[in-house]
Design a protein around this ligand. Structure first.
Ligand code: SF4
Length: 65
């Protein structure tokens, strides 16, 4: 299983910053919302999955193959 794509639903995101602290190479906060960074693939899958689990509003979804 490899992560192919990460999506953040900015309508759900409350800007808590948990994803950024769990996976700082994959997520960044801008204007109170989280966005996927261009070079997110530099982040470990473990950290990305931990970030997804840490999101209190389930705003992060992963596409895996
Ligand atoms: S953990 Fe979820 S709610 Fe918090 S900043 Fe990241 S996407 Fe937004």
């Amino acid at each position: 299983m490899a992560i192919k794509k990460i999506q953040v639903d900015q309508n759900l995101c409350i800007g808590c910053g948990a994803c950024q602290s769990m996976a700082p190479k994959a997520f960044e906060l801008k204007d109170g919302k989280s966005y996927v960074k261009e070079n997110w693939q530099e982040e470990s899958e473990e950290n990305i999955k931990a970030a997804k689990e840490s999101c209190p509003v389930q705003a992060i979804s992963l596409e895996e193959d």
